[in-house]
Write a protein that binds this ligand. Sequence first.
Ligand code: BGC
Length: 370
Amino acid sequence: MRKRLIPLISLFTLLTILVYAVLYYNIHFPIRTIFAENRTNSKYQEIIINVNNRTIINVNNRTERNKEDIMKTLKNAALTSMIVSYNKKENCKMEKLVGRSVVNLNNVKLDWLHENELQFVRQGGWYAPTECRERQTAAIIIPFRNREPHLPIFLRQLHPLLKRQQLHYRIFVIEQTDNSQFNRGKLINVGFNISREFFPYNCFVFHDVDLVPEDDRIDYGCKHSPTHLTVSIDVRGYKLTYAKYFGGAEMFTKDDYEKVNGYSNSFWYWGGEDDNLLVRTKQNNMRIHRQSVDIARYTAIKHTPSTERLPIAEKEKFRFKAGPYNKRDGLNTLQYELTYVKEHPLYTHFKVNLCKERDRLYGVLHKFED
Ligand code: BGC
């Protein structure tokens, strides 16, 4: 009996050592090999990036225009992000937070900001701690059109905040270039889709560019999902705009955003898309988290309100009708054309055509219009 036990125990010990060795190796070893392959066939181009023989990223790009440039940018950007991220070490703790601060609303040039205050930001508008493992990987998605003066003010406040929170993050500006009405929800869906080609982010923050956080205790790391961030805004008396308000800035883990099927693609004007997103989260039995009104404070940058509004009665009807279509209108029916990608010093810029006509032909859009 004893004779049989000894080999068994030795085998068990050997196996345990082996398991530990494999775990240790995976956690502590830096990058040994990066292998990037660029496959092209007649129609599509595909990029596969392997780090330590594991496929980290697999990019398929089905856009015809500027394909070469877009693919080159994606490939380079993805590679640099990987290099930092895969040198895993100890978990990061937050840097010392400053708490509430006054937002600097002065106009400022992006170049000046980059040279003087935001040198730590890497080309493309990203940062990742190098001494420790990031608290979270987050893509900050900003739907955008005609808001150029707001961007530097917003970036000036947000970049240092995200760094203090020790996130591995990148700021993506998604600009609508077609002439259809502004579609915030669909732009965000596009941002969600393409940002994942840069890095396998876990956390997605959808942020209006005119709302600037006043406090670095507002956690941008998807501690809870979904979270509504813009709880108290100065121009609304630092109170929740209304009980079901879910607009301004909100945050989801990747899985939760996929579960709700993203935003509706069909809100082609100002407003309503956020109310519909709330319905989607409820349909999936999710609870919205909010930090307190004393912490989740935002300053709104002043501008003339959008004129692309539907009359209230129309909007109510539309929101009411949208509910049953949520499973068939969202990430799973997203149609767009990516026409431009550029890594600027403080952000990554996408331009997209949202292809409203295609939605009308193949999507659920017509259902709302009758
Ligand atoms: C709109 C929302 C908007 C909110 C606050 C509501 O009437 O439907 O989309 O976020 O007002 O401005």
